[in-house]
Design a protein around this ligand. Structure first.
Ligand code: 4AD
Length: 454
């Protein structure tokens, strides 16, 4: 029985199922294969039919060559197909491999009149944004999502290589870390229970930052990070704010100075940028050539950093003459531009501008906090961070903390150490390296005021 089974398998060998990225790699020339995907172009030409099939595994589509007998009116831009045939060398240098089709099966048709994307047209990011459920079918947005996925890997790799422990900080929390009143309240949608009790016994919110939970963990693991969704009820239609965004946050114990923090920010930025450029070269190239023409990120990544560090105090003397004013986006862009379009750190902000956790710089003539922001070209603020106030007496002096944050004060009672951390806006990072003007174009499903589609 064993022998007859293997003979049957030999005689009726099914074609190997390949992803498009594997098919175009050239490693399977001569093989009989099956490829599944969506049509990016359909071109009948004399006795032949030329198709481009893409399955999202790579920017490059697989060219399929078929006899015109296999043509079918349902083979249109956007339809889903399954093609079986033989991979062979192609005479075209740009696409050295093509699939000579024996069979083409339309899995799902696509009405070309209603489909919002038209053949040979390069649609703008703004145009495709109107179709959040379909824009992943375009070259530009599928490149963006592959880059985003790879940048996520890059961030995790950086922290792993540098001895950080990843913490899953909660999405639902009772704290308002930033104290800016931009919280989304969380409540069950059903009726309250019979005794009229609330689901949580305290007001609960979607997190605006995982920082306080990371501070808890840094007291045991020294170096921790988190990378997850973060929520701000900011009533803003700006090009760099979302109501739901992803934040990368790190917290480091035994940190004595802001320079220790700026070093981690810079290293992480550089390493993630280099990783993306190395692993998504074709996708990044498409962006820089066609989607955001003129934008470039240095291949070495580190050239991005001019290592300019400016104390808010001097900044104020030089530019603003308004002690205590927060930097507006226009200030940030102006500053970056005048420093030669390189990333700039601004440090030691007026104390009252920063949340309760920021460390008091008691030695400065003006009252400042040991806080730092990283400003980058095209975007403005990318990271915000600070040394944290580790001295119990100073923290206690801040009103209200004893009642609401007694657990936070405990951290200063039991083995408190100097520590600090920062948060990086992941979408702004992508905007910066790809030169994308609007933050809504670097996230799959953007949420902002008056918009929660899908
Ligand atoms: O400066 P922020 O508010 O800092 C914090 O939340 C700290 N608790 C982080 C920490 O120290 N662990 O936010 C950090 C970064 C900003 O620099 C910005 O890049 C991004 O998060 N960000 C936003 N990105 C998109 N949409 C919004 N509404 C954002 N708000 C902040």
């Amino acid at each position: 029985r064993g022998a007859s089974f293997s003979i049957r398998r030999y005689c009726f060998k099914t074609p190997a199922k390949l992803r498009v990225s594997e098919a175009v790699s050239g490693a399977h020339l001569g093989a009989n294969v099956k490829v599944q995907g969506w049509l990016r172009s359909v071109r009948p030409q004399k006795a032949n039919l030329f198709l481009h099939v893409n399955d999202g595994s790579a920017l490059q589509s697989l060219q399929v060559v078929a006899s015109s007998e296999l043509n079918d009116p349902l083979l249109t831009l956007g339809s889903a197909v399954e093609v079986t045939g033989t991979l062979r060398k192609s005479p075209h240098q740009k696409q050295p491999v093509e699939l000579e089709a024996d069979q083409i099966h339309v899995v799902g048709d696509c009405n070309p009149v209603d489909f919002p994307f038209k053949k040979k047209e390069r649609h703008s990011l703004e145009y495709i944004r109107q179709f959040p459920h379909l824009r992943c079918r375009t070259n530009a947005f599928s490149s963006l999502l592959r880059i985003r996925s790879e940048a996520t890997t890059a961030v995790h790799s950086y922290f792993k290589e540098n001895g950080f422990v990843q913490i899953h900080t909660p999405v639902i929390t009772s704290n308002d870390c930033e104290g800016a009143g931009e919280l989304f309240r969380v409540e069950p949608s059903g009726p309250e229970n019979e005794e009229g009790e609330k689901f949580f016994s305290v007001p609960a919110f979607l997190t605006v930052s995982g920082q306080l939970h990371l501070e808890v963990m840094s007291g045991a693991f020294s170096r921790v990070y988190t990378f997850g969704p973060t929520f701000r009820a900011e009533n803003s239609q700006s090009r760099r704010h979302l109501a739901e965004f992803y934040m990368v946050e790190a917290e480091v114990s035994f940190t004595q100075s802001l320079e220790d923090l700026t070093k981690v920010m810079e290293d992480m930025f550089r390493s993630a940028t280099e990783h993306v450029l190395a692993h998504c070269a074709a996708d990044v190239d498409l962006f820089h050539k066609h989607v955001t023409p003129g934008h470039r990120v240095s291949p070495q990544g580190h050239l991005l950093f001019g290592c300019i560090i400016i104390h808010y105090y001097y900044l104020n003397l030089l530019f603003f003459y308004c002690w205590g004013c927060d930097l507006q986006t226009e200030h940030e862009k102006y500053l970056v531009k005048h420093c030669g379009n390189v990333p700039v750190f601004v440090t030691d902000y007026p104390y009252d501008l920063k949340p309760f956790y920021a460390r008091d710089n008691q030695d400065h003539p003006k009252h400042t906090a040991a806080a730092v922001d990283l400003l980058v070209p095209g975007v403005g603020e990318l990271c915000g961070g600070s040394l944290r106030e580790e001295r119990l007496d100073l923290l206690r002096a801040r009103t209200g903390l004893e009642d609401t944050y007694s657990w936070y004060l405990d951290l200063r009672r039991f083995g408190s150490v100097p520590h600090g951390g920062f948060g990086l806006g992941f979408e702004r990072f992508l905007q910066c390296i790809l030169g994308v003007d609007n933050i809504k174009d670097v996230i799959a499903f953007p949420r902002f005021s008056h918009s929660c589609l899908l």
